[in-house]
Write a protein that binds this ligand. Structure first.
Ligand SMILES: [Mg+2]
Length: 229
């Protein structure tokens, strides 16, 4: 068992699949673009650039993703979409707008067990209304003493959280799927971390991890936490 008093959980792609929904929508967009004669690689490259730019200016969430699809479309066609094409784009993102999520297998039981032994905090980034809707849909809110929705998860976010909740960094663990938002900034603020990779992780969450860092525990699934905490 690891000495821990507080466990902080990421939500998207850690407690439930999130980016998978976006990937499915993007696949449909690729199909449509292919029909219009645009090779997949070209569409992927343009979209990656557009998305990087848009998230820097507008943040995260379904609205920004939709805007990135529209901008990619306009870039490929070298014109704005027609009303019919706008409707087709809206239909593609319709399943994202509902914000319905399902906890990953074993998550409910794991959180139930861990919440009887540790203080638990949920820390998710994104648009407040969207993240709140997903948390409500998941039915997991009751396992956490504190739920925080933030615009960005960087070292300042973690340092402020330690101060705000009187946490001992050496006994606090950040658990998540994103090297960029969960693991590296938490380690920089002095917390320990548990990295649980998700194969559908968003490209903008990728980052290099230090393989020699003993304060990062790497697990195959959330349920494996029970063997350590
Ligand atoms: Mg995540």
């Amino acid at each position: 068992m690891t000495s821990a008093s507080t466990l902080i959980f990421d939500a998207d792609d850690t407690l439930w699949e999130n980016n998978l929904r976006f990937n499915q929508t993007f696949s449909a967009f690729l199909e449509w673009s292919k029909e219009a004669g645009h090779p997949e690689q070209q569409v992927r490259e343009i979209f990656a650039e557009v998305e990087r730019r848009n998230t820097q200016v507008h943040g995260y969430g379904t609205a920004v993703f939709t805007r990135s699809l529209q901008d990619t479309f306009a870039d490929l066609q070298r014109r704005s979409p027609t009303p019919t094409e706008v409707s087709r784009l809206d239909a593609l993102v319709a399943n994202l707008v509902s914000n319905t999520v399902q906890p990953l297998p074993g998550v409910i039981f794991t959180l139930q067990e861990l919440s009887s032994r540790h203080e638990m905090i949920l820390l998710t980034k994104g648009l407040h209304a969207e993240q709140k809707a997903k948390i409500e849909s998941s039915g997991l809110a009751g396992y956490f003493e504190t739920i925080m929705i933030v615009a960005e998860k960087d070292v300042k976010t973690y340092s402020a959280l330690l101060v705000q909740h009187w946490l001992d960094a050496s006994k606090t663990w950040m658990i998540g799927n994103s090297p960029k938002s969960d693991i590296n900034p938490a380690r920089a603020a002095g917390l320990n971390a548990v990295y649980i990779p998700n194969p559908h992780t968003w490209a903008l969450e990728h980052d290099v991890l230090d393989p020699t860092d003993d304060n990062v525990l790497c697990l195959g699934s959330l349920t494996e936490l029970l063997a350590h905490f």
